[in-house]
Design a protein around this ligand. Structure first.
Ligand SMILES: [Zn+2]
Length: 246
C-alpha cells in the first residue's frame, strides 16, 4: 500500500499503525464495510494551521479525524477568511467523494492538533459504491456540511459577535473539551472579525470567569454562561447533527 504521506507535504513522520478508531463515522459502520476500509486507512498527524485541502483543488485524501478538529474556511481575494464549518471526530473531510467529486469548495485547515485516519479519495469512492451504509453516512455528512454553511451564513449576518463567539466555543467544547490550543488571531479569522475585536471579547469573558486565555490557548471555565448568551444557531446545528445521526 502506498504511504498515506505520499503527496502530503509538511508531514515528515512516517505513517503510524492504524489505531482503534475513535471516529464516530468509522465506528458506526457495519463490520464488513469497516474491515474493507481498514487496510486503506493510515494514521496522519493533524498539525495546527496545516492545510489539508485548498479550495477547488484536487483532494488526494479524505480524513476521518480521531482527535482534534479542522475548519472549513472560505477565503476572499483581499485575504479575509471566514469559517463556514468545522469537523471533528464525529465527521469526515471529503464526504463529497460520494458524489463523485474530489475537491472541496473551501479550504480545510487544522484548528486543533490531533490525529486522523486518511484514505485515498478514489478508494473511498470505490468503497462507497460497494457499501450502502458507507454511501449513506457520507451522504448525511454532505447534507450536514450544507446545513452548517447555511446556518453560519445566517449567524454571521444577523447575530452579534459575542453570540457567535459563544457558539464557536461551545462547538469546540463539544468536539475537543475545555482546553483549546488556538490563538486569538486564529479565532478572529474563523469569526471573520478583526483581532482587536476578539481581544476585547475574550477579555470580557475572562473578567466574567467564562474563559482563561494564554498564548495560543483558551480554556473554557463556564460552559453554562456560554449557553446563556449563545444565539439559536448552536441549537440548530446540534439539531441537524442529531437528525442526521452524525
Ligand atoms: Zn447565530
Amino acid at each position: 500500500m502506498a504511504s498515506i504521506l505520499d503527496g502530503h507535504p509538511g508531514s515528515p513522520a512516517p505513517p503510524a499503525a492504524v489505531p482503534a478508531s475513535h471516529n464516530a463515522v468509522l465506528a458506526r459502520l457495519d463490520h464488513t464495510t469497516r474491515e474493507r476500509l481498514l487496510p486503506h486507512l493510515s494514521a496522519v498527524p493533524l498539525k495546527f494551521g496545516e492545510r489539508l485541502a485548498a479550495a477547488e483543488q484536487p483532494l488526494t485524501y479524505a480524513y476521518f479525524p480521531e482527535r482534534g478538529a479542522v475548519s472549513l474556511v472560505a477565503n476572499l481575494s483581499d485575504g479575509n477568511t471566514l469559517e463556514v464549518g468545522m469537523i471533528g471526530s464525529e465527521g469526515v473531510v471529503g464526504a463529497n467523494a460520494v458524489l463523485g467529486i474530489d475537491w472541496m469548495p473551501c479550504s480545510v485547515i487544522v484548528q486543533v492538533p490531533g490525529l486522523a485516519l486518511a484514505i485515498r479519495i478514489h478508494v473511498l469512492q470505490q468503497e462507497a459504491a460497494r457499501s450502502r451504509p458507507l454511501h449513506d453516512v457520507l451522504s448525511h455528512h454532505v447534507q450536514l456540511e450544507l446545513a452548517s454553511a447555511m446556518q453560519t451564513a445566517v449567524c454571521n449576518n444577523f447575530h452579534p459577535v459575542e453570540s457567535r463567539c459563544a457558539r464557536w466555543l461551545l462547538q469546540m467544547h463539544d468536539m475537543v473539551g475545555s482546553h483549546l490550543e488556538v490563538s486569538q488571531e486564529f479565532l478572529a479569522q474563523m469569526l471573520g472579525v478583526r483581532r482587536p475585536t476578539v481581544t476585547l471579547l475574550l477579555g470580557s469573558f475572562e473578567r466574567a470567569g467564562v474563559v482563561a486565555c494564554g498564548r495560543r490557548r483558551i480554556e473554557i471555565l463556564d460552559r453554562r454562561h456560554l449557553e446563556e448568551i449563545v444565539c439559536e444557531c448552536y441549537a440548530a446545528l446540534k439539531q441537524s447533527q442529531h437528525r442526521l445521526e452524525v
